[in-house]
Design a protein around this ligand. Structure first.
Ligand SMILES: NC(=O)c1ccc[n+]([C@@H]2O[C@H](COP(=O)([O-])OP(=O)(O)OC[C@H]3O[C@@H](n4cnc5c(N)ncnc54)[C@H](OP(=O)(O)O)[C@@H]3O)[C@@H](O)[C@H]2O)c1
Length: 292
């Protein structure tokens, strides 16, 4: 029997496979899947099973899940097309008779008004309707959503957003991945719902302060009406539809939709979650090393 990780060719799924290996799961019991499986050659060399899947291709899912005991469904990245894709994964997991399917949902899925949440909420309903034993990993925002923009913040001396004084409980992808691995390896997870977020929530103003502290360069937060923020993103080359989604997500942060203060993430991983200052400092160090 195997543990199948979807999205293992992506950033979160890769870290989940790493976390399972770190927990001494035998490599041959782990099945790493994705479309672009060339990215998984290092795992193959370590004995992990590699199987190509496409969420739009039920036959590939059927083949990949044949001996699955547990499946981690990492939510897809093609926003707007994800529900039918996730439904295919759930149907294949049901056909395979898996003992548990874990799904990476969104924080506060019961109450959030964020546009991005719709496909997650519909997937949660489909999981409930499927009759499968399932566990929800309602992940908050990644710290990397911010740290990956560090060079941009420094270039313009500004963090732009529409989140006002709203706070976001972000944590690193590695934190969320370790939590997913812990849940996959624990007994009695069916029916559980985890709301996962960083230990200390921050405002985008505090993000800017943290960038200033880590780099010595003055960066400030500029709050914009959502439409202006979307236009600024479009001007910077972000596709229009995604720019609207990002601006809408900031309005969600302003409302508290990405605030999670229950400590469940830290409890699952058995350590404090990665802090904003640690993440920004690591990104600043990586940027100076790359520029050296
Ligand atoms: N919490 C947050 O802040 C946040 C931010 C961004 C995204 N997310 C969500 O969390 C997920 C994981 O995040 P990430 O950073 O790991 O994203 P990522 O690096 O973009 O990885 C996405 C993964 O989904 C796979 N995928 C996409 N469409 C697929 C399809 N049709 N069939 C099979 N696999 C497919 C990709 O496979 P290939 O690369 O092989 O095509 C890849 O492995 C995202 O997909 C998204 O749903 C959360």
């Amino acid at each position: 029997m195997t543990i199948v990780v979807t999205g293992a060719t992506g950033q979160l799924g890769r870290l989940v496979v790493e976390a399972l290996l770190d927990q001494n799961v035998p490599a041959e019991k782990i099945v790493a899947t994705g479309r672009n499986v060339a990215k998984l050659a290092d795992f193959a060399a370590r004995g992990v099973q590699i199987r190509p899947i496409d969420y739009t291709d039920p036959a590939s899912l059927h083949a990949a899940f044949a001996d699955a005991e547990k499946v981690l469904l990492v939510s897809g990245s093609e926003v707007g097309q994800r529900l039918p894709q996730h439904l295919n994964v759930i149907a294949a997991a049901k056909e395979a008779g898996v003992a548990l399917i874990a799904y990476t949902s969104i924080a506060n899925a019961d109450t959030t008004g964020m546009a991005l949440a719709g496909e997650h909420q519909a997937t949660e309903v489909a999981l409930r309707d499927s009759g499968l034993p399932f566990v929800l990993l309602r992940n908050g925002w990644y710290l990397e959503n911010y740290t990956e923009q560090l060079a941009n913040f420094l270039q313009h001396g500004v963090v732009l957003g529409s989140a006002g004084d709203g706070r976001v409980s972000a944590a690193s992808r590695a934190d969320f991945a370790q939590a997913a691995a812990a849940v996959l390896l624990a007994d009695d997870q069916a029916g559980k719902v985890y709301e996962l977020g960083g230990d200390t929530a921050f405002t985008l103003g505090e993000l800017a302060e943290s960038v200033t502290a880590a780099t010595g360069q003055q960066v400030s937060y500029q709050d914009l009406p959502a439409e202006d923020y979307a236009q600024a993103l479009i001007g910077a080359g972000v596709p229009a539809q995604f720019a609207q989604i990002l601006a809408d997500s900031d309005l969600g942060i302003a409302r508290g939709d990405l605030l999670v203060s229950n400590g469940e993430l830290g409890a699952l991983i058995g350590r404090p979650t990665t802090s904003l200052s640690e993440a920004v400092q690591a990104a600043a160090d990586a940027l100076s090393a790359a520029n050296a």
